[in-house]
Ligand binder design. Structure first.
Ligand SMILES: Nc1ncnc2c1ncn2[C@@H]1O[C@H](COP(=O)(O)OP(=O)(O)OP(=O)(O)O)[C@@H](O)[C@H]1O
Length: 354
C-alpha cells in the first residue's frame, strides 16, 4: 500500500497507550504531513514527559512502514519555565468580550510589515528610543513571538521579575520600558507553540505586565511579527489600538506584502497612522555616492495613492545594523539615523498620535 496519511494514522492507531486507547483516537496526533517518504507530526494533548515517553514507540511504528525515509515527531515545548514561581507564559487565552485598553498606557501603536526582514523591529526599537528622547514616556512590547529580537536590539537579557507571582515587572533600557517573550526564553530556544498558546502569551504580555511600573506611559509601541497572521488579528480585535505603522523597503515585492498588511489593518478597523520606507538610500561612506539598492520612493508614492501619511524614509546605514546588534539603537546616538528617527518621532507627536 502506498504511503499516505491514512496508512500512517493506521500504524499509529496500532500503538497501545499505557492507560488504554491509542494516540490517534485520544487526539494526541496533530498536523500530520506525509511528503515523499518524509513523515512529520506534532504530539500534543498530554503532559510533555508522557508524550516524550511515547515518542520512540510512535517513531518506530511509522519507520516500519514501507516507503518511510524519515520521521519527525515534534512535542511542543510547554510554557517556558516561569519567573521563579511567577506566572507561566503561553497558556491558552482567557475569553474576553471586546477590545480592552492596556492599563497605564494612553496610546497603543502597532508596528507591522507585510514581509519579514524589512526592518520592522529595528524601526520599533529606534522609534521607541526617539520618542523617549523627545520627552515621551514610552513602552516597547516585542510581540514577534517566533523571532523576538528586542532583547538584543535594546541590550537587555535580564529575566523580568514577578514579586507577587501574578504580574510581571517590565525592564527598562535607553529610557524605554520593555517587555519581550525573548526575555523568558533562552536565546537559542525555539518557540514551538500552536495558535492558542501564542494568543495566551500575547494576552499576558498586554494584561499581566505592569506597563506603568515606572510611571504611566504616553505610548506603547508593539513590534508585531511579519505578515498577517493570528497575532495581528488577535491584537487588533482584543486590544484598543490607536493605530498601526507599516514599514516596508521600496522594493516592489516588499511593497506588495505591505499593501496586504495595510488591507488587513483597514479591514480590522485599525487606522493606519502612516508608512515608513526603510533601507531607502545608501550613501557610500568613502565617496558619498548615493545608491538605491532596493529602489527609492516607492513607499511614499504608495502612501499618496492610498491617501495615507508618509512618515519618512530611513537610509540603509551600517551604523543602524551595528547599533542594533550591539544593543544600543542608533536613535540613541547623534548620527544621521538618529536625526531621521527624531524627525519621524516629531511627525507622530505633531499628528497627535502620541
Ligand atoms: N536602515 C537599516 N540600515 C541597515 N541595516 C538595517 C536597517 N534596518 C534594518 N537593518 C538590519 O536588517 C536586519 C533585519 O532587520 P529587523 O530584524 O529589524 O527586520 P524585521 O522586519 O523586524 O525582521 P523579522 O521579520 O525577521 O522580524 C537586521 O540585521 C537589522 O540590523
Amino acid at each position: 500500500m502506498a504511503l499516505s496519511k491514512e496508512t500512517v494514522l493506521e500504524a499509529l492507531r496500532r500503538v497501545a497507550l499505557p492507560g488504554g486507547g491509542d494516540p490517534v483516537t485520544q487526539g494526541f496526533v496533530h498536523a500530520l504531513a506525509v511528503e515523499a517518504g518524509v513523515v512529520r507530526f506534532v504530539l500534543e494533548g498530554a503532559p510533555g514527559p508522557a508524550l516524550e515517553a511515547l515518542r520512540p514507540a510512535l517513531e518506530a511504528a511509522v519507520r516500519a512502514l514501507p516507503g518511510v525515509e524519515s520521521v519527525t515527531v515534534v512535542v511542543p515545548a510547554g510554557p517556558p519555565r516561569g519567573l521563579g514561581g511567577g506566572p507561566k507564559i503561553g497558556g491558552h487565552p482567557t475569553p474576553q468580550a471586546g477590545p480592552l485598553p492596556v492599563a497605564g498606557v494612553r496610546h497603543v501603536i502597532a508596528v507591522g510589515s507585510g514581509k519579514g526582514g524589512v526592518g520592522k523591529s529595528t524601526v520599533s526599537a529606534n522609534l521607541a528610543v526617539a520618542l523617549a528622547r523627545a520627552g515621551k514616556r514610552v513602552g516597547l512590547l516585542d510581540a514577534d513571538i517566533y523571532g523576538p529580537s528586542q532583547p538584543r536590539m535594546m541590550g537587555v537579557s535580564k529575566r523580568p521579575s514577578s514579586p507577587d507571582g501574578k504580574t510581571i515587572v517590565p525592564l527598562q533600557a535607553h529610557g524605554v520600558t520593555l517587555m519581550s517573550i525573548g526575555l523568558m526564553l533562552k536565546e537559542d530556544e525555539a518557540v514551538i507553540w500552536r495558535g492558542p498558546m501564542l494568543m495566551g502569551a500575547l494576552q499576558q504580555m498586554l494584561g499581566q505586565v505592569q506597563w506603568d511600573a515606572y510611571g504611566p506611559l504616553d505610548v506603547l509601541i508593539i513590534d508585531l511579527p511579519p505578515g498577517t497572521g493570528d497575532i495581528q488579528l488577535s491584537l487588533c480585535q482584543k486590544t484598543e489600538l490607536d493605530g498601526a505603522i507599516v514599514v516596508s523597503t521600496p522594493q516592489d515585492i516588499a511593497m506588495l506584502d505591505a499593501k496586504k498588511a495595510i488591507d488587513m489593518f483597514r479591514r480590522l478597523n485599525t487606522p493606519v497612522l502612516g508608512l515608513i520606507e526603510n533601507m531607502s538610500t545608501y550613501v557610500c561612506p568613502n565617496c558619498g555616492h548615493e545608491a538605491h539598492l532596493f529602489g527609492h520612493g516607492g513607499v511614499e508614492t504608495e502612501a499618496a495613492r492610498l491617501g495615507l501619511p508618509f512618515l519618512g524614509a530611513l537610509p540603509l546605514d551600517l551604523e543602524v545594523r551595528l547599533a542594533g546588534d550591539s544593543g544600543t539603537p542608533a536613535a540613541a546616538g547623534e548620527g544621521a539615523p538618529a536625526r531621521a528617527y527624531a524627525a519621524i518621532a516629531q511627525a507622530l507627536i505633531a499628528s497627535g498620535a502620541v
